[in-house]
Ligand binder design. Structure first.
Ligand code: PLP
Length: 470
């Protein structure tokens, strides 16, 4: 494709994406595709000769659109907002168009320096402690794994330079609550801790980690000759938006020498709201923090920000310095390849730059506040309606909801819950995520898609009542 061909086809494609977004309300929210339906329509091998852009466009409409779920739909209330703002989409397009690969600073000075500055912009906007330094990772899962690998090395005085974790006399222990995201357990396993060394700390009635239980576990493990290594605290847990008490956890981490990683993947977007800063009090006692602007804030997947107190430690754990990557500027500039697992990096900071410049912090704050107000409104409706219950404290934009007619309990109640939520989801009019909470099914309503208005939330509430009271 020549640049001129690109210009022509690119304009058509931009129009196509704009039309998709403008007309998204007319589509169903969640895909009703049958398993393998697309596979059966795709040729089993690549074309030998060039296809035309027109034929490709035709197949985008015919094959791809009917088989996607529309995450950007205003009636999307599933999982968490995975907002892909059009500003960030354009930034991402520039990143691909420039085709940069940041193997080291010299390979793309702007890639490194824009990333550094965007991390600082977000740090200031989000009141992240000044002592921290940031890097963009792909996902929160990677950030947590990197945090746990860092914790492992600090705790073992760099066992990686000797026989690794398996040569350690003491088992290294990590702690997190039952409300943590599954990526925490996965990160712990991938970082080599082993299932026996992961401890699940009980939570209180708000689903927040109980510090006294954490202390008890740490003391038990010490008494057994084990080494407490790290604790992962969550602000904005996936299921219930649980917010673990950071000041108490940070005090324990300090007392017993644990690495404290704070997973604020979803809730981290709310750090730009001064009135939500209380959820993050105590952050100055953390060793690392992760937040995902690719969720609620709108930075287009993937854009996960990872902040650490001591980047030198990251570098000691993850630096590689083969001769072909050495340059005359080493020592004067950041080499982000040493701050994470991959060597190559995309120019992900561009989408954040586009988003922050073209929206501005105030507009982002206004959108997030709109979502919080809509969540509070829905909470009030549900609490004031007979047989409906909100099961979590609504600290942000996620509600855990159940319709509980008095005659239903146990498995019959589960069946009812799944029936009404599946009816909504299958209708295509909205999408909500059913999830288990304390052994029973409930429904998560996660408000915050870019285009979700108050009227949309009011409409959802009507749909919920109709589906639960047929
Ligand atoms: N942590 C929390 C609290 C989350 O809500 C999620 C996503 O749902 C994750 C981690 C995983 O995020 P990612 O897809 O960026 O790995």
């Amino acid at each position: 494709m020549t640049p001129d061909d690109f210009r022509t086809f690119g304009h058509t494609l931009i129009d196509w994406i704009a039309d998709y977004r403008a007309g998204i309300r007319s589509r169903r929210v969640w895909s009703d595709a049958k398993p393998n339906a697309l596979l059966e329509q795709l040729p089993s091998s690549a074309p030998t000769h060039p296809d035309s852009p027109e034929s490709l466009m035709h197949d985008l409409e015919r094959l791809i659109l009917p088989h996607i779920s529309n995450w950007q739909h205003p009636m999307f209330y599933g999982y968490f907002p995975a907002n892909s703002s059009l500003e960030a989409v354009l930034g991402d397009l520039v990143s691909s168009g420039l085709g940069q690969l940041g193997l080291n600073w010299a390979a793309s000075p702007a890639l490194t320096e824009l990333e550094e500055r965007m991390l600082e912009w977000m740090q200031v906007a989000s009141s992240i402690p000044k002592s921290m330094k940031g890097v963009i990772q792909d996902t929160a899962s990677t950030a947590t794994m990197v945090a746990l690998m860092s914790a492992r090395e600090r705790s073992t005085d760099y066992a990686l330079a000797r026989g690794g974790l398996q040569s350690e006399a003491q088992a290294q222990m990590i702690y997190f609550s039952s409300q943590c995201h599954s990526s925490v357990e996965k990160g712990g396993l991938l970082a080599g801790f082993g299932k026996d060394n992961l401890r699940i700390v009980p939570v209180d009635k708000n689903f927040d980690l109980i510090p006294s239980e954490l202390k008890q576990m740490i003391l038990e493990d010490i008494a057994l000759g084990k080494k407490p290594c790290a604790v992962v605290a969550t602000v904005g847990g996936t299921t219930t938006t649980a917010c673990d008490p950071l000041p108490e956890i940070a005090a324990l981490a300090k007392e017993f020498g644990l690495w404290l990683h704070v997973d604020a993947a979803m809730a981290g977007s709310a750090m730009i709201l001064p009135e939500k800063q209380d959820l993050f009090a105590g952050l100055e006692g953390a060793d690392s923090l992760c937040l995902n602007p690719h969720k609620w804030l709108g930075a287009t997947f993937d854009c996960s920000l990872y902040y650490v107190n001591d980047p030198e430690h990251l570098i000691r754990v993850m630096s590689t310095n083969p001769s072909y990557l050495q340059t005359s500027t080493d020592g004067q500039v950041k080499q982000y390849r040493d701050w994470g697992v991959p060597l190559g990096r995309r120019m992900r900071a561009l989408k954040l730059w586009f988003l922050l410049r073209l929206e501005g912090i105030e507009k982002l704050q206004t959108r997030l506040r709109r979502d919080l107000e809509n969540a509070t409104w829905l909470e009030t409706q549900i609490k004031n309606t007979a047989d409906w219950t909100v099961l979590n404290p609504v600290r942000l934009q996620t509600l855990c909801v159940r319709h509980e007619p008095p005659e239903l309990e146990g498995e019959a109640l589960d069946k009812h819950t799944l029936a009404w939520v599946n009816q909504i989801n299958q209708s295509g009019a909205a999408y909500l995520t059913p999830a288990m909470l304390e052994g029973r099914w409930m429904v998560r309503v996660s408000i915050g898609a870019l285009e979700t208005t108050f009227d949309d939330v009011a409409h959802l509430w009507r749909l919920m009542q109709e589906a639960a009271n047929p």
